[in-house]
Design a protein. Structure first.
Length: 264
């Protein structure tokens, strides 16, 4: 399938998803507002922490806001584009409808991703952009193109890592059929990305950088924008994200090989 064909398929899936939401417009807008408000809980908690003379060591209040905004930005992209793959695959496998994916002229993984945009993720993404912009203004940062480039690259790495988690969780459905608890576990893992990984000590820093790189979701993007990263570090982080993505593809292929169709 070409990029043009993938784009056309994505637009059709997006329009179907949007139409299903807009059938209940009030619920749709209330849900978007609720998602946006939920994204503000983190900044409110940080405000309460810093207003009581506490802090994340090495982080000012607005730097911590930049971190949280980066989390919402990365998580919002992942939420919108990829997060539904686990739940949708679970339902398709459980109801015996995944068989149809295997006879389509497109890879099952690509189709599973393209058909499940989660529109409420756009509210989380929008709040992330707003919080990041507000933090930058308050920090009076001089925008350095090199830092912006590093930031965007690590945001991409963060999205890639979270997507890898989604794909691994989805692949569990082929083995366990009802993998809701596993999907929930993987979903909750990303909450560790809200915090500076430096607060977990040297060992935690290593774990959340290389073995379970939650630092890619917010910590390292914020570090990049603040000019605290070198290119060698950015390259290492991109390689870590790519490694996890390749592992997720292997996990998907392994799960698919062990999939038992509804027809036996």
């Amino acid at each position: 399938m070409t990029i043009s064909q993938s784009w056309k398929l994505y637009k059709k899936c997006f329009n179907v998803e949007l139409a299903s939401w807009m059938a209940y417009r009030l619920s749709f807008f209330l849900f978007l507002i609720g998602t946006a408000i939920f994204s503000l809980f983190g900044p409110v908690v940080v405000f309460l922490i810093y207003s009581n003379n506490l802090s994340f060591p090495g982080w000012t209040f607005y730097e911590a806001l930049l971190l949280l905004g980066s989390f919402s930005l990365v998580a919002g992209i992942e939420h919108y584009a990829f997060s539904a793959i686990g739940w949708s695959t679970s339902e398709l496998v459980r109801r015996g409808r995944f068989d149809g994916f295997l006879i389509r002229p497109v890879s099952p993984l690509k189709f599973a991703i393209l058909r499940t945009p989660d529109i409420d993720g756009l509210a989380e993404l929008a709040m992330g952009i707003i919080i990041v912009t507000y933090s930058i203004i308050k920090l009076q940062l001089v925008i350095q193109p090199i830092n912006v480039l590093m930031y965007l690259l690590i945001v991409l790495a963060g999205v890639m890592f979270l997507t890898s988690i989604d794909i691994i969780a989805a692949s569990m459905n082929f083995i366990f059929v009802k993998a809701h608890a596993i999907i929930d576990f993987f979903t909750q893992l990303r909450m560790f990305g809200k915090y500076p990984i430096s607060i977990f000590g040297p060992m935690g820093h290593i774990i959340f950088t290389f073995f379970l790189p939650m630092g890619l979701v917010a910590f390292y993007p914020a570090q990049a924008f603040l000019g605290r990263l070198e290119w060698i570090g950015v390259i290492q982080l991109l390689l870590v994200a790519l490694s996890f993505f390749l592992i997720s593809l292997l996990s998907w292929r392994y799960g698919l090989r062990h999939y038992t169709s509804a027809g036996g």
